[in-house]
Ligand binder design. Structure first.
Ligand SMILES: [Zn+2]
Length: 318
């Protein structure tokens, strides 16, 4: 009798418990930013077990002929959930996927599009091939089980730069570089939306593990000349005008100047990392940690150049 009463009480208590949230749900909510154009905006944090790597922006365009996907996210699960989110918006099939560059948060969702042609710049495909395995392992280390079952699926097609029309949308495929060795930007002439990939960051400090600052600055000039109506940065909010391009340029120029000056003054890496941030960057998410990372990625080359410029006159005297 007591046992049955107890069981009834337990069942009664359990009926009030909140329904268990589905595990590893990224809660992707497509946001419409222009005709036929939807984006999924990630957080401006580092990758953690809390966000599962959803720190990135992805997008899709629903054309008459089917859906064009731009970047597939940080994990197999994200790719699958993105595809489910697309299916809630349209019953058209996904016909094409582009990877803007080879960084893990942008292409590790490719597994969910195994039946769709995936295209990227040649340097991006090479990067996916060379670094993909290590990236997937690292994603698992940082994001935990969100990333379980994630393996790199390499883009199978080279992007041909130029115009490509899909279902009434004329896309300009623009081959650039500087954030990595291959950075694809896509301008949709129909809507004026620029999908800038990680060439543009807004209100989130830029990352530089594979960066060439000078090439990146040139690419920003090329993007500015497009005069896009709206820009989707790789990280940060969708915006009209050129705020993202300008802020990214401002950050890169400051970084370049700071590293050059520090090398000329003979500072060591630890000293550079402790330098104060300019007031305008102090409240930018991840400014301090990305600056420190950039010092580890880039400072060695600045030190070598500073040594060269000291050594060269000596050598020339001989
Ligand atoms: Zn990136």
């Amino acid at each position: 009798m007591m046992a049955r009463l107890l069981a009834a009480l337990v069942a009664f208590a359990l009926s009030f418990a909140a329904p268990a949230a589905a595990p590893f749900d990224y809660r992707l909510k497509p946001e419409k930013i222009a005709d036929d154009t939807w984006v999924l905006i990630g957080s401006t944090e580092d990758i953690t077990r809390g966000n599962g790597g959803n720190i990135v922006n992805t997008a899709f365009v629903v054309t008459k002929e089917g859906v064009v996907v731009i970047d597939s996210g940080p994990s197999r699960r994200y790719g699958e959930q993105m595809r489910a989110a697309i299916a809630r918006v349209t019953d058209k099939p996904v016909v094409r996927v582009f990877n803007t560059h080879h960084h893990p948060d942008h292409f590790l969702g490719n597994q969910a599009y195994a039946d769709v042609p995936i295209a990227a710049l040649p340097a991006t495909r090479a990067g996916e091939r060379d670094d993909g395995g290590a990236f997937a392992d690292n994603m698992y280390r940082m994001a935990g089980d969100w990333a379980s079952g994630t393996e790199p699926r390499i883009a199978q097609q080279d992007v041909q730069p130029g115009r490509l029309t899909v279902g009434g949308h004329e896309f300009e495929l623009i081959a650039l570089e500087g954030h990595t060795a291959g950075d694809l930007a896509i301008l949709d002439h129909r809507t004026g939306v620029l999908f800038a990939g990680d060439l543009v960051f807004l209100d989130r400090a830029p990352t530089t593990p594979h960066a060439s600052v000078q090439r990146w600055l040139k690419s920003l000039d090329a993007l500015a000349a497009l005069g896009a109506k709206k820009t989707l940065p790789g990280h940060g909010p969708v915006h009209a005008g050129s705020a993202g391009i300008e802020q990214t340029r401002d950050w890169l120029k400051w970084l370049d100047q700071t590293l050059m000056q520090s090398a000329a003054n003979g500072l060591d890496m630890a000293e550079v990392m402790r330098l104060p941030l300019p007031e305008r960057f102090k409240r930018m998410p991840l400014a301090r940690s990305e600056f420190e990372r950039s010092v580890t990625h880039l400072y060695g080359a600045y030190e070598l150049r500073a040594l060269d410029s000291v050594a060269l006159p000596v050598l020339q005297q001989k």
